[in-house]
Design a binder for this molecule. Structure first.
Ligand SMILES: Nc1ncnc2c1ncn2[C@@H]1O[C@H](COP(=O)(O)OP(=O)(O)OP(=O)(O)O)[C@@H](O)[C@H]1O
Ligand SMILES: [Mg+2]
Length: 268
């Protein structure tokens, strides 16, 4: 579905991606891993056609994603209908006066029948625990509430390709669980590309992972393979050295994995 060949991208003051080559098949669930600043959000922006490769190529079902391609109205409409990004920062996403309007926006653009829009919104408000917020202004909600509204506003149209930037960040356990259940349900059915630091949930949300480090693709593999590679996780900043105190008062540090409760260090 997506093929990237030697893709590089830089912002005016910083290089963000350097020579990234990878492929993503339809109905694969992909996790993008990497420390802060490693290029995950930038890669999602390129996959969403919000920015374009400076060198190298990105194709979507064989069509090269360039600004010229997006000027072709039929292509742009079809792409926007099929591919959707949930931003890391929900403030970027939310612009409607109420939560209800926020959820109605995309279906109205797609000219769904009004009854269907209302039924689908009611359903999603319920499952996302947002029903009591339907008439509230999105930009005056809590961070986690905003994130849930942003997710719902994109999920409502059930796009073929979901690009999720840190979807579980700032979610409480119940909403986080809803998100994980949703991504489990996408297995084998939907293309979902998720940028995350949340190694605990990797095996549930992804079939395959790419690891970015300083804008370069440094590893790829199944979640269990990557999670077993402690050296890689440490070198790419995905696990950290953990300081703790032993009985007897000695403090030392060693790598601490947050993803496997069984292998995790027990504090004394
Ligand atoms: N709008 C911007 N203008 C200039 N530089 C930027 C901008 N956004 C990101 N960068 C830079 O590009 C690089 C990649 O950033 P990006 O946001 O893609 O990282 P990330 O992996 O998503 O990080 P995080 O885990 O913090 O979300 C970083 O060096 C960052 O400082
Ligand atoms: Mg990011």
């Amino acid at each position: 579905m997506f093929d990237l060949n030697e893709v590089s991208f830089r912002y005016p003051d910083a290089a963000a991606l350097c020579g990234v080559t990878l492929s993503i098949a339809a109905r694969q669930r992909i996790a993008l891993l990497g420390a802060n600043g490693s290029g995950k959000s930038t890669l999602l922006r390129l996959l969403d056609g919000l920015a374009f490769a400076e060198s190298g190529t990105i194709t979507f079902n064989g069509k090269c994603l360039t600004s010229a391609q997006f000027e072709e109205e039929a292509f742009a409409f079809d792409f926007r209908r099929r591919v959707a990004l949930v931003f890391q920062n929900p403030d970027v996403q939310l612009f409607n006066p109420t939560v209800f309007d926020e959820l109605a926006f995309a279906p109205l653009q797609l000219r769904w029948p009004n009854d269907e829009i209302r039924a689908r919104i009611a359903d999603l408000l319920q499952t996302m625990g947002l029903a009591h917020l339907a008439e509230r202004a999105p930009h005056r909600l809590s961070e986690g509430e905003k994130k849930r509204v942003a997710l719902a506003s994109v999920m409502i149209t059930q796009p073929d390709v979901l690009l999720l930037d840190e979807p579980t960040a700032s979610l409480d356990p119940r909403s986080r669980n809803f998100m994980i259940e949703y991504l489990l349900d996408c297995r084998g059915r939907r293309t979902v590309i998720t940028a995350t630091h949340d190694l605990h949930i990797l095996e549930e949300i992804a079939d395959y992972c790419f690891v970015l480090h300083e804008g370069r693709l440094v590893a790829a593999g199944a979640p269990n393979e990557l999670l077993a590679d402690e050296k890689l996780l440490r070198e790419t900043g995905l696990v950290h050295a953990h300081r703790h105190r032993h009985e007897g008062g000695v403090v030392h540090s060693h790598p601490h994995d947050h993803h496997s409760p069984s292998g995790a260090h027990r504090h004394s």
